[in-house]
Design a protein around this ligand. Structure first.
Ligand code: G3P
Length: 217
């Protein structure tokens, strides 16, 4: 399973990248706002750190302007994946930009039908949002399973990029279902290292070690 980091926080990306935890990065307009940085500048800096796909999102709503924005974003670096919303204009944009050999990430996906359309439009990645479905009492993980089955039934090569991941358990479940990629905030990736029995066991080891009176260094 590939790990993308869902942030435009350059320091957090660099820290995880040094540990080999970063296969790519996803950003969106909300994350750019949170970073307080210029989209072109921060995206360029991220691309200088990470060699895998870095998603940068268009903000126009009509296909003509989305295509122009996508081309501009793609000029930032060869590893840019142009992120477009799952609207009819977004699908048109996906078809054009993927036809030009650009990576396209179709985002804001909430149904298997939407994922099917994105695959037919040549999407490199489809981004189903798990957490936001859970927020309205629908089953985000069930959607990942449905898309996995639909894509496998027909051999679509579009990669399932599980997004809106809020918990470490979401990551486990996505890996079990067979999502190709997951994108999560740095806090969730770090939370994956935590286990109450690890903390408890380490605490006991430290207490016992102190009683030995020994030192390693
Ligand atoms: O990758 C999409 C992600 O940023 C959305 O997450 O938590 O805002 O639903 P969230």
């Amino acid at each position: 399973m590939k790990f993308f980091v869902d942030t435009a926080d350059v320091e957090a990306i660099a820290e995880l990248n040094d540990l080999g935890m970063v296969d790519g990065v996803t950003t969106n307009p909300s994350l750019i706002l949170k970073s307080g940085r210029d989209i072109i500048e921060v995206t360029r800096e991220i691309c200088s750190i990470v060699s895998g796909p870095v998603s940068a999102e268009v903000v126009a709503l009509n296909a003509e302007d989305m295509i122009a924005e996508g081309r501009k974003l793609a000029e930032i670096a060869p590893n840019i994946a142009v992120k477009v919303p799952l609207t009819w204009d977004g699908l048109k944009t996906c078809k054009v930009l993927s036809g030009e050999g650009k990576m396209v990430n179709v985002t804001l996906c909430f149904s298997a039908n939407q994922a099917l359309l994105a695959a037919k439009a040549g999407a490199t990645f489809i981004s189903p949002f798990i957490g936001r479905l859970d927020d309205i009492n629908l089953d985000g993980l069930e959607l990942i399973g449905d898309i996995r089955q639909v894509y496998d039934n027909y051999g679509f090569e579009t990669q399932i990029l599980a997004a809106s991941i809020r918990t470490a358990n979401h990551v486990t479940q996505c890996a079990l279902i067979g999502a190709d990629v997951m994108t999560a905030p740095p806090s969730v990736i770090k939370a994956m290292a935590s286990h109450v029995l690890t903390d408890k066991g380490l605490d006991q080891f430290m207490k016992d070690w102190a009683k030995t009176g020994q030192k390693i260094l």
